[in-house]
Ligand binder design. Structure first.
Ligand SMILES: Nc1ncnc2c1ncn2[C@@H]1O[C@H](COP(=O)(O)OP(=O)(O)OP(=O)(O)O)[C@@H](O)[C@H]1O
Ligand SMILES: [Mg+2]
Length: 321
């Protein structure tokens, strides 16, 4: 089986607070997953579980504390500046912050085309840009000369996807791409992801709070809780028949993304978050309806139940059989 991206035991630690209040938390704790070509893989979980941290390290925006990332069979190292540049594009949460309000959006496209020499004449550039816009359901005509404010959030998110497509990426990393888009337009964006997967063979790392769109669009999904992947498998297995108590709870009460939160948001840690991150045993033990004595002191291992990874003591005996 080909793997386009392999993330192995990725760990990222952050220190927070001042000298007196300093805590170190493991925002991504031995996170391992892979993405196949033409596959939509979702990372889901509530706010502060480490989704963006994982994406930032994969994109090379942050250095991992430990672990490896292999893209197209090549080990990525920041030190040697061998990093995913080719074939990977990021899509961010807030399309309005992607574009300067005082510049027309087409300028971004022409700049990319020029910098990467993707066309040799203006006419060729326009044709290329139009093709990419058509792929997201727009056209050059309805976009040329306009400012970001002249588009809706949904249109602008499509435009940022079209821009990402200029370089023919094989992997899109989309962090909460629909949380700032009107609920009525969310499906059209995730449908677009499906289309890119099916028609262009693009893989997508889809990061979301929204289990409804995740279910609709994903091939496989990983549920994260306080830095750990606690359950991972096909979307049918994990969302229709969740095994981890946290996945079950998440399915019942889907937490909403906070639209005010951005990538470079000020970092504040709630007391609950801190307590859970620093827990010795299972990080979910304090909220788990099925908690057992062992959960409080011993972190559970990864256990495979019917090909689904579940990090939970409840299933320990299953593995021994
Ligand atoms: N630069 C940083 N410095 C210190 N702590 C950080 C930093 N970035 C993230 N964290 C902490 O790491 C944890 C995981 O944060 P992260 O942003 O990855 O979560 P998330 O799952 O993307 O959340 P959200 O759904 O709100 O976007 C949080 O407790 C956060 O406060
Ligand atoms: Mg995030």
């Amino acid at each position: 089986m080909d793997k386009l991206l392999e993330v192995n035991e990725l760990t990222k630690r952050y220190s927070q607070g001042n000298v007196l209040t300093r805590v170190t938390l493991t925002a991504a704790d031995h996170v391992s997953f892979y993405i196949k070509p033409a596959e939509i893989f979702t990372l889901a979980g509530e706010s502060g579980c480490g989704k963006t941290t994982t994406a930032k390290v994969v994109l090379g925006f942050e250095e991992a504390t430990s672990g490896t990332i292999i893209h197209n069979g090549k080990l990525q190292t920041r030190k040697e500046k061998v990093w995913i540049t080719e074939g990977v594009q990021a899509i961010f949460q807030d399309p309005f912050s992607t574009f300067n309000p005082l510049r027309t959006v087409d300028r971004y496209f022409f700049e990319t085309v020029q910098n990467l020499i993707l066309a040799v004449s203006k006419q060729q550039a326009i044709e290329l840009i139009d093709r990419k816009l058509q792929a997201v359901g727009l056209s050059y005509e309805e976009f040329a000369g306009k400012y970001p404010s002249e588009f809706s959030g949904g249109q602008l998110q499509r435009i940022s996807i079209a821009r990402a497509l200029l370089t023919n990426p094989t992997l899109l990393i989309a962090d909460e791409p629909v949380s700032m888009v009107d609920a009525s337009l969310r499906m059209s964006i995730v449908n677009l992801f499906k289309k890119l997967r099916d028609e262009l063979g693009v893989s997508i790392l889809y990061i979301t709070h929204d289990l409804a769109t995740a279910y609709y669009v994903s091939d496989r999904i990983a549920i994260m809780f306080r830095g750990n992947i606690v359950e991972m498998g096909t979307v049918e297995q994990v969302l229709m028949n969740p095994r981890h108590p946290y996945s079950k709870l998440l399915r019942e009460s889907i937490p909403q993304a906070d639209p005010k939160k951005r990538w470079t948001t000020e970092i504040t840690l709630s007391e609950l978050e801190q307590e859970e991150y620093l827990r010795r045993g299972c990080k979910f033990a304090g909220r788990c309806p099925d908690v057992m004595e062992i959960c409080k002191g011993v972190a559970p291992a990864d256990i495979y139940v019917d090909d689904v990874l579940v990090k939970c003591h409840k299933y320990s005996s299953t593995q021994e059989i």
